[in-house]
Design a protein around this ligand. Structure first.
Ligand SMILES: [Fe+2]
Ligand SMILES: [Fe+2]
Length: 245
């Protein structure tokens, strides 16, 4: 059997989603960096690969509250991403944004890093709002049409500007940008460790931002490491639609 170290980090989480928590603890990026092998990821973070392998070797059955997304219909995966992760961001981004406004107004003079945190957060928020719309209006419906064509034995619907890889690459670039913003926010906040003079709103904000980071990592992982490769593979397996050439 292939050692965990030789396998891609994104595939390890796709196989057993509970491994995401372990990788988060070791600060190993499994969403945008999901293409690297576990051995490479450990080298980059100066971690002993055997320790991480041991922690990842989770025994037991897959939790039953989540289907196996590597096998479930793509339409179900798309619906889960929109209902679970996009809805979460649409609720949390404004809520945390308002808390951040308060904390900056109250403590920004004494803790100037809060201004930079706010700039990074607002830019990420704007980018994610547009990003989710592009996925929901363009890419996701196209993926569902690919699956319908497969089920009916019909030809692949053509993407208006080429193949499905084009919008996928744009989405992956935007994921990298969101991943960089999350990393910057983690650095600026010293790993979300609150200072001694943090008020209640500040503590709740750090907690909310850390939860948002974990959800966004899982969200990007489902898209980058499961949905996009499955959609690209499905497209190449279908006959081309000559009518649209
Ligand atoms: Fe998304
Ligand atoms: Fe996305």
């Amino acid at each position: 059997m292939t050692r965990l170290a030789e396998r891609r980090v994104g595939d390890l989480v796709a196989e057993r989603p509970e491994r995401a928590r372990v990788l988060e603890q070791f600060a190993i990026d499994y969403c945008c960096g999901g293409q690297r092998s576990l051995a490479d990821a450990c080298r980059q973070r100066n971690l002993a690969v055997a320790d991480v392998e041991r922690a990842l070797d989770v025994k037991g059955e897959r939790p039953t509250d989540q289907p196996d997304w590597t096998q479930a219909p793509l339409a179900a995966l798309v619906a889960d991403i929109v209902k679970r992760h996009h809805a979460y961001l649409r609720a949390e981004l404004p809520r945390l944004g308002a808390m951040l406004d308060k904390v900056v107004a109250r403590h920004g003079d004494v803790h100037p890093f809060l201004h930079e945190l706010q700039r990074t957060y607002v830019a990420m928020w704007e980018e994610l709002a547009n990003h989710m719309l592009k996925e929901e209006l363009v890419l996701f419906p196209h993926v569902v049409r690919l699956e319908e064509a497969d089920a009916s034995g019909g030809p692949a619907p053509r993407f208006h500007c080429g193949t499905v890889l084009q919008p996928i690459h744009v989405m992956e670039d935007e994921h990298r940008s969101a991943g960089n913003a999350l990393e910057k926010m983690r650095d600026l906040t010293n790993g979300y460790r609150p200072p001694a003079d943090a008020c209640t709103t500040w503590l709740a904000l750090w907690h909310g931002l850390e939860a948002l980071e974990a959800d966004l990592h899982l969200h990007i992982h489902k898209e980058n490491n499961i949905l996009f490769p499955r959609a690209a593979e499905l497209e190449t397996s279908l006959p081309l639609d000559a009518r649209l050439d």
